[in-house]
Write a protein that binds this ligand. Sequence first.
Ligand code: ATP
Length: 456
Amino acid sequence: MPGKTTKVDMEKIVSLCKRRGFIFPSSEIYGGLGSCWDYGQLGVELKRNVKDAWWRAVVQQRDDVVGIDASIMMHPQAWIASGHVEGFSDPLVECKVCHLRWRADELNGNSCPDCSGELTEPRLFNLMFKTFMGPVEDDASVVYLRPETAQGIFVNFDNVLTTSRKKLPFGIAQMGKSFRNEITTGNFIFRTREFEQMEIEYFVKQGSDEEWFNYWVKERFNWYLNLGIKRDNLRLREHGEEELAHYAKRCCDIDYFFPMGWAELEGIANRGDFDLIQHAKYSGKSLAYFDEGVGESYVPYVIEPSAGVDRSVLAFLIDAYDEELAEGEIRVVLRLHPQLAPIKVAILPLSRNEKLVPLAREVYSKLRSYFMTQYDDAQSIGRRYRRQDEIGTPFCVTIDFQSLEDNQVTIRERDSMSQIRLPIEEMVETLQDKLSGESFATQPLWTAKAVDALEE
Ligand code: ATP
């Protein structure tokens, strides 16, 4: 894919998202609500495309992974068993002068980064959102909004195992909303209190867990490369001993080079048998697997690739953003992979001339049953090309007066701005070919056999 690794300001991305209808501040007419964002007409398409690409890759194109969609509110015991009620907390300090709150583990000095005021002693702050189920607000009716989708998978392990008749190794995937009452949010949609996750719990026999861990790191790393994220902007970061959660045997982050620096896009963890054992203990139900091959029961180990939808959307937007000099002016272009682009094809009649409109409408109705299309006839053709470039539309189809004579249209490609002219009846097939990705050069995938072999 053309383009270079540009370090774009976050403000440019936020402004483009607002201006073009990707992402708006939540409840903006009331002044917004801290760290909450709303996906607009283009953002919702981009986000769906990211989720669809993930679901296709990890569920639909595999024999060994099935999907589920569990409820956001779960039995409160599940969060005691998982350790979240006791331990899902961050150390919080407050400035005694300006009263801003900070995460103690993210501070460099021991005074307030904003006003240099004195800070309080850290206290642990549970990140789970609590609410009440039913009409009485008492302790017995407390439920939590899930802080991760993973636990909905563990509690359904046996249901899926017995109804799907899967054999180890196999995985369960889920995506959906999660909620965390984060102390410090920010960097646009990077860290919010309501976000979406895409998680897989992949169950394996103990002993094969290291191999499957390496497999999933490679698989997930290549997913981002396949969808056009530049290799230089991705790295793997292995967690040190001191950073590992008490139950995790190993953890590796896929980091992206965001405008504020390297930060986690996805984490892949080897969680051992911790979760299934905990849920078996607290529920009193066996969550063991009977291995017919060896005639014995055991609790499987689990490898967990856990990604954020919103963080992925942000990374895809940043990575795709490009500015170049074209015909004497700066052209802003989102070089999104065609699979992710919100609009695949724009139909642009040269003008609103009444002779052109019927043919343009006919082309539009023909294309819209195949692709996500947009009909755009406002302003000059040059302005319309720029507008489509800025939202990442891979192809524009232009209908001009010549089209009325020869039944041909012009297809203009976003990245190279090159144009071809072809008969209307060949249009669908040509666009299908081009959108299938072959004309968008993909980069070589990462083929290292072991994670250890990967260099930053
Ligand atoms: P961080 O260290 O950034 O807080 P984490 O290690 O707590 O993240 P996980 O619990 O591993 O995150 O969650 C898996 C994924 O969910 C993350 O890699 C990220 O993409 C996404 N995620 C987690 N917290 C948030 C959040 N507050 N806002 C947006 N996405 C999030």
